[in-house]
Design a protein around this ligand. Structure first.
Ligand code: FES
Length: 702
C-alpha cells in the first residue's frame, strides 16, 4: 500500500508517519499538479484536501481519501490528529475489498424513443439522421402529443401545425426512423447498451383509408375529448394520415364498416413484439395534475369550470362564447396539499388563454388571479401586452369557486387593492401544474424520488457513476415550452449518441458483493434494495451489477454480513473506527453527498469546532451499521453523530430513512442498557450547512 501526502506548497506541516514495512509513504508539494501514477488494482491512502476534488484527479483508483487540509490544518487542529486520521485510513484500506473495474458492452446501437410528442419526434429525427436505427413509440393513434391538442402556441399565438408538421416531416424522411402508434412498452429487461423491450401495439381498426370522412358521419358515438367533441372513429391532422378507432368508446355497431371504401377491421387483435436497444429515451411529455382534487375550485362539480386545455379547444372549436372569464393560477401548485413545486409554464399557458379569447372576442372581460406572475425571460412582454389589452390582474389566491343563484363566481382577495371580492363569470379556467409520467419510469425500473427527473443527471438518471442508458427529453424531464422542449430533446439526442458511439463502458463504482459461504439466502436484502438489483438465481443471492448503485443498504440489512460493499466493507470501517475513536471523542459518520461536504464548508468559512470531532465519510447513512456506532462508543467516544441527506434528498431513494429507523431502535436499546440514548444522533445536514454541523458537534461535546 502507498500513502500519498500533500503539503500543499509547503504550507502544511505533515506528520512523520510510523507505518509498517509494506506501506510506502510519499510526500508531494503539489499533488494536484504532480498527479502520480496509481495502478488500477493498487491500494492507496491519499492525505490531502477534499475527496470531491481528488476523486476527479485520481479516477478509477482504490483510494481512501483523508482530508487533512479541511479537517485539521485549516481549522487549527493539532498535526497529531492528521497522523491518527491517516493511520485509521491505512487500517481501513488493509481490510477493504478493492473495487473491481466493470465493463459493459454496448451490444445494440439502436435506440427506442417513448412518446410521440415534439420531443420524441425531434430525438428520433436527430438520432436517425446520425445513423442510429430508432424506433419511436406513441401510445395514442397519432403523433404530436400535447402540441397537437393545442390550438395555438405562446407567445405569438401561431398555430401548432407550423411547428409540429415540419418536425414530423423531417423525421419521416429519415430512413433509419420507424414510428409505431398505439404502442406501449410492457416489459423491459437488460442494461445499458443492451436492452430488450417488449411492446404491445393495440389495434387501430382502420387499415386502409382515403380520408373521405364517411365513417364519422355514421358513427353514433360522440365523446368529449378535452373540450372538443369527436366521434369514436376520428382523425387528428398529424401522422399517420388516416383515421383511427377509439376502442374505449366504440360500441362495435359496424356502421363505419358499411360505408368505408377502404378497410376497417373491428376484430383486429393487439400485437406483441420485442425490440433491442442500447439506449432508451423517455419523451412522454406533460401530464396535467388532477385538478378535481383542488375541491374548492369545483372542477368536475361545477359547470363552467374548465382546465386550460379544455378552454382553449372549446374556444377554438367555436362551442364556447363567454362574456366574462376568470383564470385562476397555481390551481394546486406551490401548495403542500397538492404539488409543492412550480411547474414553470402554467403562468404562460394562462396568459396564452387570455390572449386567445381576447384576440377572438375583444369584448370579453378577463380576470387573472395569481399569487405571482412568473412570465420569465422574454415572455414578460406577453404579460405587458395583456395588461395593455385590458385584462384585469388580481394578486391573490382565490379561496373558492361557487354557484349562487345560478351564477358562477370566484371569491378572492386582491393584495393590490387590499379588497375581498366576488367576481361573477361565465367560465373559470384553472391553470394547474403538471406531474411526471411515473408509470413509464417505473416500467424502466426508475422510481422517481423527486417530483420530476430534472434533478437527476440526464446522463444516467442517477447520481452515481453507472449510466443506465436511459435519458429523458423535453417535458418528461420537466415542463417546458416548445422551444425549451426542443433544446432539451437535442441534448438528450447527443447524450444518447455519445453513449451509442462507444464499444463498451468502463466503470469503477462501489457495488455490493455477496459472500456465498456466509449467505443463508434469507432474502432480507431483496426487499431493501431500492434498485431491485438483488434476486435469487439458482438458490443463491445474486447482485445484478447493471442495477446496483452502491448504496450499501443491503450490507446493513444482512444479518450475517454476507453482503458487503466494495470499498466500504464493514471490516474496513470497523478498523477505521477502532483506530480513530478515542476516549471523549465525537465520531461523526457522514454521508459523502451532504453532511461531509458541510464539514469542508465549515473550514472554508473559518468555523471552528473541537479537535475531538473525528469524521468518517460513508456513501450513504443507509450503509451505517449499528455495530459501527457501538464500536465507537465502546472505544470511549462520548457521542456518535450520523449526518445524512434531508428526507427525500437521499441519493439512494430511502437510505436516510432506514438510517433513521435504526437510530431510533439503537437509542431504545442503549436506554434499556442504562446508557444515554442521546449519545447517538442522526441529523439531516445539507452540504452547505456548516453552521448546523458545528452547532450539533458543539452541543454533543458539552
Ligand atoms: Fe446521503 Fe443517503 S445519500 S443519506
Amino acid at each position: 500500500m502507498r500513502v500519498l501526502m500533500c503539503n500543499c506548497h509547503n504550507s502544511l506541516k505533515l506528520p512523520k508517519l510510523k507505518l509498517g514495512p509494506d506501506v510506502k509513504v510519499e510526500e508531494f508539494d503539489d499533488l494536484c499538479k504532480t498527479k502520480p501514477e496509481i495502478a488500477p488494482d493498487e491500494k492507496v491512502v491519499i492525505a490531502a484536501c477534499s475527496p470531491n476534488l481528488l476523486e476527479g484527479l485520481f479516477p478509477g483508483t482504490n483510494a481512501e481519501f483523508v482530508n487533512i487540509l479541511e479537517h485539521v490544518f485549516l481549522i487549527g487542529h493539532r498535526p497529531e490528529k492528521a497522523e491518527q486520521m491517516i493511520n485509521a485510513a491505512v487500517a481501513k484500506m488493509e481490510k477493504t475489498r478493492p473495487v473491481k473495474t466493470k465493463f459493459f458492452q454496448i451490444s445494440s446501437r439502436k435506440a427506442l424513443v417513448i412518446g410521440g410528442g415534439i420531443a420524441g419526434i425531434e430525438v428520433t429525427a436527430q438520432l436517425s439522421k446520425n445513423g442510429i436505427e430508432t424506433t419511436l413509440i406513441e401510445k395514442t393513434p397519432f403523433l404530436g402529443g400535447t402540441v397537437a391538442k393545442l390550438d395555438r402556441l405562446y407567445p405569438e399565438g401561431t398555430p401548432y401545425s407550423h411547428t409540429l408538421m415540419p418536425l414530423i416531416n423531417t423525421m419521416q424522411s429519415q430512413k433509419n426512423a420507424v414510428s409505431l402508434c398505439n404502442t406501449e412498452i410492457t416489459k423491459v429487461s437488460g442494461r445499458v447498451g443492451d436492452y430488450k423491450i417488449e411492446l404491445v401495439t393495440r389495434p387501430r381498426g382502420v387499415q386502409e383509408c382515403i380520408n373521405c370522412g364517411k365513417c364519422i358521419d355514421v358513427c353514433p358515438v360522440e365523446i368529449d375529448d378535452a373540450g372538443k367533441s369527436r366521434k369514436a372513429i376520428y382523425y387528428v391532422p398529424t401522422y399517420p394520415d388516416m383515421y383511427a378507432i377509439d376502442f374505449a368508446a366504440c360500441t362495435r355497431c359496424g356502421e363505419c364498416v358499411k360505408v368505408c371504401p377502404g378497410r376497417i377491421d373491428l376484430n383486429e387483435q393487439e400485437k406483441v413484439s420485442e425490440i433491442a436497444a442500447g439506449a432508451v429515451i423517455v419523451a412522454t411529455g406533460l401530464l396535467w395534475y388532477d385538478v378535481s382534487r383542488v375541491e374548492e375550485y369545483g372542477y368536475g362539480r361545477l359547470d363552467g369550470v374548465m382546465k386550460t386545455l379544455e378552454f382553449e379547444r372549446a374556444v377554438a372549436a367555436g362551442t364556447l362564447r363567454p362574456k366574462k372569464v376568470a383564470i385562476i393560477y397555481c390551481a394546486g401548485s406551490r401548495d403542500s396539499k397538492h404539488l409543492p413545486y412550480c411547474s414553470k409554464i402554467c403562468c404562460l399557458l394562462g396568459l396564452k388563454e387570455a390572449k386567445l379569447i381576447i384576440d377572438r372576442y375583444p369584448d370579453v372581460q378577463v380576470y387573472v388571479a395569481a399569487m405571482d406572475m412568473r412570465s420569465y425571460g422574454t415572455f414578460e412582454y406577453l404579460y405587458n401586452t395583456l395588461r395593455e389589452k385590458g385584462v384585469s390582474f388580481i394578486k391573490g389566491k382565490p379561496s373558492e369557486v361557487f354557484r349562487w343563484n345560478g351564477k358562477l363566481a370566484v371569491r378572492t382577495e386582491d393584495l393590490f387593492t387590499n379588497e375581498l371580492m366576488e367576481i361573477e363569470v361565465d367560465n373559470v379556467v384553472l391553470s394547474s401544474g403538471f406531474v411526471p409520467d411515473v408509470e413509464t419510469f417505473s416500467k424502466l425500473k426508475i422510481n422517481l424520488t423527486v417530483d420530476f427527473p430534472v434533478l437527476y443527471e440526464n446522463a444516467g438518471l442517477s447520481n452515481t457513476e453507472l449510466p443506465r442508458g436511459i435519458f429523458t427529453a423535453g417535458a418528461a424531464t420537466f415542463p417546458g415550452g416548445v422551444a425549451e422542449t426542443l433544446i432539451d430533446a437535442r441534448k438528450a439526442s447527443h447524450s444518447a449518441l455519445s453513449l451509442l458511439a462507444q464499444k463498451e463502458i468502463e466503470t469503477k463504482i462501489n457495488q455490493a458483493v455477496v459472500d456465498e459461504d456466509l449467505c443463508s439466502v434469507c432474502r432480507m436484502c431483496i426487499g431493501t434494495c431500492p434498485y431491485g438489483a438483488i434476486s435469487v438465481v439458482e438458490d443463491k443471492i445474486k447482485i445484478n451489477e447493471e442495477l446496483c448503485m452502491g448504496c450499501g443498504i443491503c450490507s446493513v440489512t444482512c444479518p450475517a454480513y454476507a453482503s458487503q460493499l466494495e470499498g466500504w466493507n464493514h471490516e474496513g470501517l470497523r478498523e477505521q473506527i477502532r483506530e480513530l475513536a478515542q476516549q471523549g471523542d465525537i465520531v461523526a459518520i457522514l454521508c459523502r453527498w451532504s453532511a461531509y461536504n458541510a464539514t469542508e464548508r465549515a473550514a472554508q468559512d473559518k468555523l471552528g469546532y473541537p479537535g475531538n470531532v473525528k469524521i468518517i465519510r460513508v456513501p450513504c447513512t443507509g450503509a451505517v451499521d449499528p455495530s459501527h456506532i457501538m464500536l465507537a462508543l465502546n472505544n470511549g467516544a462520548k457521542g456518535v453523530l450520523i449526518g445524512g441527506c434531508y428526507p427525500h434528498a437521499c441519493h439512494y431513494a430511502r437510505g436516510n430513512f432506514r438510517a433513521k429507523a435504526r437510530e431510533q431502535i439503537l437509542k431504545l436499546n442503549l436506554e434499556s442498557l442504562g446508557m444515554a440514548g442521546n449519545q447517538v444522533r442522526l441529523e439531516w445536514i445539507g452540504k452547505d450547512e456548516a453552521h448546523k454541523f458545528v452547532e450539533i458537534v458543539q452541543e454533543m461535546n458539552k
